[in-house]
Write a new protein. Structure first.
Length: 224
């Protein structure tokens, strides 16, 4: 109950384009900001490079975000609203049924591409389409239109991203805590963001400010 009450008061910061640290990905972000019906974009990059953030940002207002680990993809032939944005994250994890659904979705996208029924299809994976261990006909379709690789952020850019996330959530994060996280925990943005969120909950539960001793206490509690 205590944990749930804490979760209820924590601010939720949705992924947006304006809270994404672009780094060397300016062209990719610009393309996503201006994406139009009839376009398809495949994003690839290592874990924590920002694929999920960008797909969620792109679908935040007028789209549908789907993750292959948890979501059911639209059935082949199911009507798609004209002008909408459909995003399918982590295509490397497609089940057989999901692969069939995505195959149908690509065919539907292609058929409507130059008509008033056109929609946008966004996808992502960890590597270039030709390197994915999925159906050959899907590898081909993922590369039908635009393909962008997300460049990894530098350490300075990661720090900026972490501090931006902390600011968005109203979390005071000192340089000492930030340095400790980077030097002794991880430099992967996904892991750092998860740790920040967990620290926020833990500090509220303990009624203590986020300091290095609190951070160490939290990490120790995870393994006790």
């Amino acid at each position: 109950m205590k944990e749930q009450l804490i979760l209820d008061v924590l601010p939720v910061v949705p992924p947006r384009f304006d809270n994404f640290v672009t780094g060397g990905n300016g062209e990719t972000v610009s393309r996503l900001l201006g994406v139009a019906p009839g376009q398809s974009i495949y994003l690839w990059g290592e874990h924590g490079s920002g694929k999920t953030h960008l797909l969620r940002a792109a679908t935040r207002q007028h789209g549908l975000y789907l993750n292959t680990a948890t979501d059911i993809l639209p059935d082949p032939g199911e009507p798609i609203a004209p002008g909408s944005i459909i995003a399918v994250d982590d295509v490397q994890n497609l089940s057989e049924a999901q692969a069939a659904a995505l195959f149908g979705l690509f065919n539907q996208w292609k058929t409507s591409q130059h008509t008033p029924d056109a929609f946008t299809l966004l996808t992502s994976g960890p590597c270039a389409p030709r390197q994915l261990e999925i159906r050959e006909d899907l590898r081909t379709r993922l590369a039908w239109d635009l393909v962008y690789r997300l460049e990894t952020l530098t350490d300075d850019e990661r720090r900026s991203a972490l501090l931006q996330r902390a600011s968005d959530k109203g979390i005071p994060l000192s340089a000492e805590v930030t340095n400790w996280m980077f030097n002794y925990y991880a430099r992967d943005m996904s892991a750092l963001s998860s740790l920040l969120d967990a620290l926020d909950r833990y500090s509220l539960a303990e009624k203590r400010s986020i300091t290095v001793p609190l951070l160490k206490s939290y990490l120790q509690s995870r393994h006790s």
